[in-house]
Design a protein around this ligand. Structure first.
Ligand SMILES: [Zn+2]
Length: 279
């Protein structure tokens, strides 16, 4: 008798449970509410360090470690950097073409600044570069060095003309190897400068050495360093510097192994995410 009663009780219990779960599924409400509330709760959002770790998964160990050791300082610098005009950190390379429509704002002729030494009179740069450039040139001068500015802004159409000329002269294969397709040059940004002789020998000149050591203090970053052709797509160019502001070069040196490409990749891949975790 006792056994029969227990079985009956069990059957009733099972029936109640089944009914309850069916009701739940029919309306859909109880389950959905539960998911919404657990996702919406701030306390359950992943911690900042876990998010950063995920963003850094594909970066070299030295970069991962330097950032994870100092997440607060890193995020504060990175957030400040991301609040600068977005084109300061925009990628412009063989994989990330700027396109025909990209024309930088506020280009100024460098002949407006008699303190600059120019190889041609037609050179232009964005106004944002000028104050730090003038300071750098003046500080180099104090050490007896003249920084010659040889090439600056190159429009899309100018790049197109150069590329087509190369194709005509040497064929498409050679043109692709030796020069860049239009839209893929950092010179289109209006913040990039080629200094001196635009050749490998520049590395051995006093000016070349001075820039390598000091340009970062003024916000100028060497875009194509030795040993990173596989990453940047360009062979080393000891004369080619991109202005990314002093905040940018500080971030690059402190947290990205002083490699511009890694920093640009990281900031462009994670822009929205970084701004949302620090807001
Ligand atoms: Zn260049």
């Amino acid at each position: 008798m006792i056994q029969k009663n227990s079985l009956m009780a069990l059957a009733v219990l099972v029936l109640i449970l089944l009914t309850a779960s069916c009701t739940g599924k029919d309306t859909g409400k109880p389950e959905n509410t539960k998911i919404m509330s657990s996702r919406g709760a701030k306390a359950e959002a992943p911690p900042v360090s876990a998010e950063l770790k995920e963003m850094l998964a594909d970066y070299p160990p030295a970069i991962r470690e330097s950032i994870m050791k100092n997440t607060g300082d890193f995020l504060s610098l990175a957030t400040k950097a991301l609040k600068l005009p977005p084109e300061i950190f925009v990628m412009a390379d063989k994989q990330h073409a700027l396109g025909e429509a990209f024309i930088p704002e506020h280009l100024v002729p460098l002949t407006d600044y008699p303190e600059l030494t120019l190889s041609r009179k037609t050179l232009e740069l964005r106004k944002i570069v000028i104050p730090d450039l003038l300071q750098m040139v003046s500080d180099a001068e104090k050490e007896g060095l003249t920084l010659v500015i040889s090439s600056t802004y190159r429009s899309y159409n100018y790049q197109k003309m150069l590329f087509e000329r190369e194709v005509k002269l040497y064929g498409l294969e050679t043109a692709e190897r030796e020069s860049a397709r239009p839209g893929t040059s950092q010179h289109q940004l209006g913040v990039t400068i080629d200094f001196g002789s635009i050749s490998d020998e520049y590395a051995d000149t006093p000016s070349g050495k001075w820039l390598l050591k000091n340009a970062w203090k003024y916000g100028f970053s060497l875009s194509y360093p030795q040993g990173y052709e596989w990453l940047t797509g360009y062979r080393p160019e000891v004369w080619h510097y991109r202005y990314i502001t002093p905040l940018g070069t500080q971030l690059q040196r402190k947290y990205f192994n002083d490699i511009q490409q890694y920093m640009l990749m990281f900031l462009s891949e994670n822009r929205t995410r970084l701004l949302s975790i620090t807001d």
